[in-house]
Design a protein around this ligand. Structure first.
Ligand code: GSH
Length: 272
């Protein structure tokens, strides 16, 4: 049945997006993305659960309003890539105030990117968007577990990352804006990195043995620190987790979506 649906889609060029949407996902990372024949083989062999989820793929690409260097935008785009979702990128130049335009405010009164439009369903707040994408379109619950306690740990880490990002911005944003390095803020940030180091004790990833959306958002925060030259050599769990997570994300556009933009932020820092 599913095979037939796919064959149907594949011979109708206007259904192009469906083909892209069902293509790469976490369980099939080495599959070539363009060969329809290979996709069909994969779908035949997929589990029943995966098949029913596949049919829930968006009927049209999800619009992602974004600005490339924005860390929460990077986290959402990485998540979409891991899920193999077909997205339509809409650039909002926040440096020129495009997020304050009436059309955008109407959609998101808080005028922040990322904001998504999934066939009329509007959502902002990167961590909420990431959870929604996995819930709605994940082939399985690996990135955001259904189990209450496992999910609770992922949620805790997602909220924790908010503090982590905040403390890192408190140190580095003034420096990007040309102000001086502040030792007190550096100490606060080190304390937070120390907490992360403790949370990672005995774990491969921030919430357990598997990569989750909490790793994605935390790795985005960490990548800024890495590019800025923050010394985390005395936090061994953080160091090995970051390397492991980057490796996991590399096949999903990590360099282009995240690293290159963290480096751009760091250039702004070094200019001052
Ligand atoms: N907590 C929000 C933060 C969103 C946010 O502040 N985005 C910034 C860019 S990184 C933005 O849109 N700034 C423009 C503005 O607030 O007008 C999230 O994770 O999505």
């Amino acid at each position: 049945m599913y095979l037939l649906i796919n064959v149907h889609l594949s011979i109708h060029p206007h259904h192009h997006h469906h083909q892209l949407a069902i293509c790469p996902h976490r369980g099939a990372r080495s599959l070539p993305q363009v060969k329809v024949g290979i996709l069909l083989v994969y779908n035949i062999n997929g589990s029943a659960a995966a098949r029913s989820k596949r049919s829930k793929m968006p009927t049209q690409p999800i619009k992602v309003y974004y600005y490339p260097v924005s860390p929460p935008c990077r986290a959402v785009l990485l998540t979409a890539k891991l899920l193999g979702l077909d997205v339509e990128l809409v650039l909002i130049n926040i440096m020129e105030g495009e997020q304050k335009k009436p059309e955008f405010i109407k959609m998101n009164p808080q005028h922040t990117v990322p904001t998504i439009d999934d066939n009329g369903f509007i959502l902002w707040e990167s961590r909420a968007i990431m959870a929604y994408l996995v819930n709605a379109y994940g082939a399985d619950d690996a990135l955001y577990p259904n189990d209450a306690q496992q999910r609770a740990i992922v949620d805790q880490r997602l909220y924790f990352d908010f503090i982590f990002l905040q403390k890192s911005l408190e140190l580095y944003w003034p420096m990007i804006m040309g102000k001086e390095y502040n030792e007190e803020k550096n100490e606060k940030l080190k304390e937070v990195v120390g907490w992360l180091n403790s949370m990672l004790e005995g774990r491969k990833f921030v919430a357990g043995d598997k990569l989750s959306i909490a790793d994605i958002t935390t790795a985005v925060t960490m990548s800024n620190l890495d590019s800025f030259g923050f010394d985390y050599s005395s936090y061994p769990n953080v160091k090995s987790w970051f390397e492991r997570t980057v490796k996991e994300l590399e096949p999903y556009g990590y360099e282009e979506i995240n690293k290159s933009n963290a480096d751009k932020l760091a250039m702004m820092l070094k200019k001052e």
